[in-house]
Design a protein around this ligand. Structure first.
Ligand code: HEC
Ligand code: HEC
Ligand code: HEC
Ligand code: HEC
Length: 154
């Protein structure tokens, strides 16, 4: 006795076969070579990351040669701010010890980045001064030591 197969079944099977093969081919083409070697990621990405140049040294590195400055800073309101927040990336300078390799921030606008009047900021979280009124015409560091702002320079 011949079993009756409805005509749409072979067509449906063919459609499935095409879609599944297409998926397998695309998957093969799209997944990078080293995917899955160690886990659900591209193993070669580790080589990519290890070649990225390091810019920040972390402030522990600065202490090795500038412990005096850390001692000052630790006593005052800027103690929570890491060196590289103000001095920028310091990896190059930490190995060269050349002044040219590190930023020495200057100008009222620099301190203003954190301290200028800004209605969008919480008032007493970081104290704000009006740059157009507070001791105008003078650089902030003439009076405030940046590493110890309340120990006024005489
Ligand atoms: C290996 C020792 C060493 C390390 C580590 C080091 N410094 Fe220095 N730094 C020096 C020396 C030496 C000078 C003085 C260079 C000169 O005057 O030619 C200096 C000078 C500076 C200056 C003054 C630059 C200028 O224009 O006068 C700054 C700012 C500074 N360092 C910040 C840092 C910071 C921030 C770090 C950590 C990221 C750091 N240093 C790590 C040795 C070091
Ligand atoms: C709040 C910002 C700020 C932080 C945080 C900071 N510095 Fe400075 N630093 C300055 C400024 C501004 C100057 C320039 C001072 C000047 O022109 O008189 C300076 C100057 C220096 C100098 C040059 C010598 C001197 O005393 O003027 C060195 C060295 C230095 N900083 C190292 C460090 C190190 C190391 C740290 C972390 C322990 C650090 N700084 C943290 C703002 C900062
Ligand atoms: C990265 C942000 C940042 C920069 C840049 C910065 N400060 Fe500050 N400053 C702070 C913070 C945070 C405090 C501590 C606020 C607190 O704990 O009350 C502070 C506190 C102070 C205070 C004491 C105010 C108080 O709360 O009693 C003075 C004065 C001051 N800074 C001056 C300066 C000067 C001068 C400069 C530039 C050399 C400077 N700051 C740059 C973040 C900054
Ligand atoms: C002529 C010296 C002098 C100069 C220049 C100067 N300050 Fe001051 N600053 C003071 C004195 C003194 C005080 C404390 C009395 C007061 O609030 O005026 C003070 C207070 C502050 C305070 C705390 C404000 C508060 O509400 O208690 C901050 C923040 C500050 N200064 C940041 C700066 C910044 C940023 C600059 C540069 C744009 C700067 N200062 C320039 C002398 C100076």
């Amino acid at each position: 006795m011949k079993r009756y197969i409805p005509p749409q079944i072979p067509r449906l099977a063919l459609a499935f076969a095409i879609v599944i093969s297409l998926f397998l081919v695309l998957r093969h083409l799209l997944i990078p070579d080293t995917f899955g070697k160690y886990g659900p990621y591209r193993a070669a990405s580790m080589d990519d990351y290890s070649t990225i140049e390091i810019h920040y040294a972390g402030q522990q590195a600065c202490f090795e040669c500038h412990q005096d400055i850390e001692d000052l800073k630790a006593l005052d309101v800027h103690s929570g701010i890491h060196c590289e927040t103000c001095h920028g990336p310091g990896q190059k300078h930490s190995t060269s010890a050349e002044a040219a390799d590190i930023l020495k921030p200057t100008g009222r606008e620099f301190c203003g980045n954190c301290h200028m009047m800004n209605a969008a900021r919480q008032k007493d979280a970081v104290l704000q001064v009006d740059l157009t009124k507070h001791n105008i015409g003078k650089n902030c560091t003439e009076c405030h030591n940046p590493h110890q702002p309340w120990e006024m320079k005489k």
